[in-house]
Design a protein. Structure first.
Length: 216
């Protein structure tokens, strides 16, 4: 909850109060929290390293995290096993569907083993969540409020901001549709143009990611 910016010093933050109002069963609550969690070490590594549309095996994790200890690798794998097994929203939005087998031990305890994770794109992205994530991206990149969609989609660029396309697996066509809609509905926050060979996204520099939360 701290990494999701829901609580600070054991008290609800303004963001946490929004989540409480929407409810913990709300898809919007969880995807907004994921936009924040993307900037925590574990989720950032996960988002940047677990590919879309192919099974990611524990054996590959061991190779990808070779510079860490076996304990750290196990804690990471088991941590996401628990998160993905218990959070139906994260499965729904494509963060990861775990392949889990269950074994009942003699003492009645159920042991769960995850053999792989499959990430998929978010089928029904909420435009306002994408807008929040765009502002988070721009702020993390040092108030980088004007950029192209091509740049946004290029995951090879080293930067501190994490694009909503990378978090949610959104392709160019989906982003064009969302960005055009946002430009029409929220011109006080964003303008985007993809006609006449233009590829330009501009966020209003007098607005912040916190301001976008007022749209929920």
């Amino acid at each position: 909850m701290r990494d999701a910016k829901v609580v600070k010093n054991r008290e609800l933050t303004p963001f946490g109060e929004l989540v409480a109002r929407m409810g913990i069963d709300s898809v919007t609550s969880w995807v907004l929290m994921l936009c924040n969690l993307a900037y925590s070490p574990a989720f950032e590594w996960y988002i940047k390293n677990i590919p879309f549309n192919e099974p990611y095996l524990e054996e590959r994790l061991i190779l990808d995290m070779a510079e860490t200890t076996k304990k750290a690798q196990g804690e990471f794998w088991n941590g996401f096993k628990t998160i993905l097994d218990t959070n139906e929203v994260f499965k729904e939005i494509g963060l990861g569907v775990p392949d889990i087998t269950k074994k009942v031990l003699k003492n009645g305890e159920i042991r769960k083993t995850m053999s792989s994770i499959m990430r998929t794109s978010w089928d029904n992205p909420i435009p306002e969540v994408v807008l929040y994530s765009l502002y988070k991206f721009a702020e993390a990149c040092g108030e980088y409020y004007q950029f192209s969609l091509e740049t946004l989609l290029d995951d090879s660029i080293e930067r501190d901001g994490i694009s909503p396309t990378r978090i949610f697996g959104l392709d160019r066509d989906t982003m064009v549709r969302i960005l055009n809609g946002l430009s029409i509905n929220y011109p006080e926050f964003i303008s985007a143009s993809f006609t006449l060979n233009l590829d330009n996204i501009t966020l209003r520099s007098d607005k912040t990611s916190e301001d976008t939360l007022k749209l929920f």
